[in-house]
Design a protein around this ligand. Structure first.
Ligand code: NDP
Length: 305
């Protein structure tokens, strides 16, 4: 029978651990983890996401400092805010919500964040540490969506070593770090993208498929090997017609859930799969940073629960 990988429940467990770790740090060292969240502009999806982060941080006894900046903010002003946060010893994590308005160079902003406070794990040095792997991971922050996807996978598959994994998508925030995490777990990894030839046949040989494409329900059952495990990172809003005939919308993944369900052995639903894990891992990275800033060991292993 196909297992539905319940990311909502698992993310709740991670947040429970984060709260425990946060409470312990305060009890023993009087340090409260603090996340600074910088939002530039009025992107509605970003506003919803930032709101959810702030609410869940509070539930884990993580303090947040919100910086809302106008759409026309120039790069120097944003860089100055980041410098101030880098210099503020009460702040352990800095998150700049992406995407940024077009007048701002995203890479310059990400790399201006103190690498020790880069809880999104997008800084070039953290990306490099993940790429090198091994002991380097102990100093790194791992990007939250791939980390959440890996934790779900490790909770589903007992031993990843030697498995064939295909990652669909090669973005810096999901596809590439995901492929590096899987290499670290001794999977045999293939990364496919928009220029890949015969993508369906490559996917159909995979024991594990990670979909991070941004194309609604692109991956169908004939792409999937029998009993493969599917992690669907995609979040796509598509139009629907409601029972009363009016128009609405719903969220679907990059995988056709109904079509692939019987063929795979386990799959993450959308919503309720990888999505909730992203925020849980962001909070986890923030508490890890607060421990490191206090000269303490990470409360959890880098990629374990
Ligand atoms: P990007 O648009 O940055 O990257 C998409 C990748 O998919 C690219 O590498 C692109 O290839 C590849 N691709 C696009 N079309 C095709 C195709 N037809 N066939 C094969 N490959 C294709 O997206 P992200 O990585 O940022 O996000 C991917 C998905 O994950 C989105 O649905 C996004 O909403 C979701 N997401 C979910 C998160 C969560 O919290 N659950 C967090 C972040 C993202 P190429 O490089 O050649 O252009």
């Amino acid at each position: 029978m196909t297992k539905i990988i319940d990311g909502k429940e698992f993310a709740g467990k991670i947040r429970g651990q984060v709260k425990e770790d946060s409470d312990l740090l305060f009890k023993d060292h009087k340090v409260q983890p603090c996340l600074a969240v910088v939002l530039v502009g009025e992107n509605p999806a970003s506003k919803v996401y930032v709101g959810a982060k702030t609410k869940m941080a509070a539930e884990c006894n993580i303090k947040t400092k919100d910086f809302k900046m106008n759409e026309d903010t120039d790069q120097d002003t944003l860089l100055k805010t980041i410098k101030d946060l880098n210099d503020d010893s009460s702040v352990h994590g800095i998150l700049v919500q992406l995407p940024l308005p077009k007048q701002i160079d995203e890479r310059a902003v990400i790399d201006a964040i103190d690498v020790k406070k880069d809880v999104d794990g997008f800084h070039a040095i953290n990306a490099g540490r993940l790429s090198i792997g091994g002991d380097m991971l102990k100093q790194a922050f791992i990007p939250c969506t791939p980390l959440g996807s890996l934790l779900l996978l490790k909770n589903t598959v007992q031993n990843l070593s030697g498995m064939n994994a295909v990652v669909v998508g090669r973005s810096n925030i999901v596809g590439k770090p995901m492929s590096q995490l899987l290499i670290e777990e001794s999977c045999t990894v293939t990364v496919v993208h928009s220029r890949t030839k015969d993508i369906e046949s490559i996917c159909s040989k995979a024991d594990i498929v990670i979909a991070a494409v941004g194309r609604p329900e692109m991956i169908k059952s004939h792409w999937i090997k029998k009993d493969a495990v599917i992690i669907d990172v995609g979040i796509n809003r598509v139009p629907t017609t409601k029972p009363d005939g009016s128009e609405g919308s719903k969220i679907v993944g990059d995988v056709d859930y109904q079509d692939t369900f019987e063929k795979c052995s386990a799959i993450t639903p959308v919503p309720g799969g990888v999505g909730p894990m992203t925020i849980a891992c962001l909070l986890r990275n923030t508490v890890t940073s607060a421990y490191r800033h206090s000269g303490l060991e990470d409360p959890r292993g880098t990629v374990s629960t």
